[in-house]
Design a protein around this ligand. Structure first.
Ligand code: NAD
Length: 377
């Protein structure tokens, strides 16, 4: 039976966690866009909203309560704003706002971090690279998030018999850790240009040799339709600034992904434009645990002034539509509306350029809705 446009059946459950600083401001614009999709496209969600970070600490004495954790476990997707602020800087480690986010990532088992680096035509001049290198850029960096050297044992600082001190961290990956993140990479590539570049340092690290072998084996067995190439991490860093458009999906470990995703982020120019997704294992219904959040923090320097750029948060919502709910067409509609608003000359302060019109957070959101209206009518 066709859905009535004013009475859509929800596609699933979404938990909104706006957090601190500009988090609630940019989440407000997501709500505006969600309302539009519900009313105009019949794409709706059952939503709940709760506290995380400093606002949760203020109310409950903890950055994430067990109740909110349980809601996140039960939801099909979590939309997260940002946490933190100077008021909380002196709190003990366990009570800091960021611990709320870390707990969510850990207990939801989010092992795959997706960071797209996409350049809107209107913003090619914001990049630190020449316009011709980044015009039309659309790459995806997939970083393993829960293994590798940041978690490997043994670790620590020890004192040697001769009095010197030695710092130790261990890079360690098992086949299952490699295979599960590589699968996400191949699946992503199938929704894009069907090309994966797997990145490690197999020339000097055994964990890199294993990574390379397992990714190749998986591709040959299950994803023969996806083109796979291997690259050393140092070369990949160089290629990202030399010729970034050669990539489609880059899949790499926790440490290299940390560096390469920040490097790729700068190709796009502004922190206020960068979305991300973190995915876990598929549940019985095939849907993966998922948390979507902008890369930026709570920006206390501009919080409460209506200056925040909502686009990173809105693109995180767009990623949610695409990856959690298989609504690629709706995600495209939103991405294109954002592109047209930028082409029309509207800018929040962080991406302001000569000759453009500077607008507030909500004016940007309203303009995107107007573009959605035009596209849908
Ligand atoms: P930040 O990302 O909050 O801000 C860095 C700079 O970018 C600031 O000048 C800010 O005004 C600007 N900026 C960031 N997002 C913007 C947006 N959407 N629109 C316009 N300008 C934007 O990083 P920071 O200043 O290092 O950290 C501030 C707080 O956020 C700290 O408490 C930090 O721990 C926390 N933080 C949280 C997260 C998260 O929640 N995932 C991530 C990073 C930092």
């Amino acid at each position: 039976m066709a859905l009535l446009r004013n009475d859509p059946a929800p596609l699933g459950t979404v938990l909104l966690l706006p957090g601190d600083g500009i988090g609630p401001e940019v989440m407000g614009e997501v709500r505006r866009i969600m309302d539009w999709f519900a009313k105009r496209q019949g794409i709706s969600f059952e939503t709940d909203e709760d506290l995380v970070g400093g606002t949760s600490f203020d109310r409950h004495g903890t950055p994430l309560t067990d109740t909110v954790m349980a809601k996140a476990q039960a939801a099909d997707a979590v939309l997260f704003g940002a946490v933190g602020g100077p008021r909380y800087d002196d709190l003990p480690f366990e009570q800091k706002p960021e611990r709320g986010l870390l707990r969510l990532r850990k207990e939801l088992g989010l092992f795959a971090n997706l960071r797209p680096a996409k350049v809107f035509d209107a913003l090619v001049d914001s990049s630190s690279l020449k316009p011709e290198l980044v015009r039309g850029l659309d790459i995806m960096i997939l970083r393993e998030l829960t293994g590798g050297i940041y978690f490997g044992e043994p670790r620590g600082i020890e004192t040697l018999p001769d009095g010197q001190r030695r710092g130790i961290n261990t890079q360690v990956y098992t086949t299952s850790e490699i295979v599960r993140v590589a699968k996400v990479g191949f699946e992503l590539a199938r929704q894009r240009d069907r090309r994966v570049c797997s990145v490690e340092k197999a020339n000097v690290m055994e964990s890199g040799v294993l990574w390379r072998e397992e990714v190749q084996k998986l591709r040959d067995a299950e994803y023969p339709d996806v083109e796979l190439m291997h690259m050393y991490a140092d070369n990949c860093a160089m290629q990202l600034v030399r010729q970034p458009k050669q990539f489609d999906v880059i899949v790499t470990d926790n440490l290299f992904g940390d560096l390469l995703s920040d490097c790729a982020a700068m190709l796009t120019g502004s922190l206020g434009m960068l979305p991300s997704a973190s995915l876990g294992a598929p549940g019985p219904d095939g849907r993966r645990k998922a948390l979507y959040e902008p890369v930026h923090g709570s920006a206390p320097d501009i919080a409460g002034r209506g200056q925040a750029n909502p686009i990173a948060m809105l693109q995180s919502f767009s990623m949610m539509l695409r990856y959690s709910f298989d609504q690629g067409a709706a995600a495209d509609l939103l991405d294109q509306a954002i592109g047209r608003v930028l082409t029309g000359g509207l800018r929040t302060a962080d991406i302001m350029q000569d000759g453009m019109a500077r607008v507030s957070t909500s004016t940007m959101g309203e303009a995107i809705v107007r573009e959605l209206d035009k596209a849908a009518s």
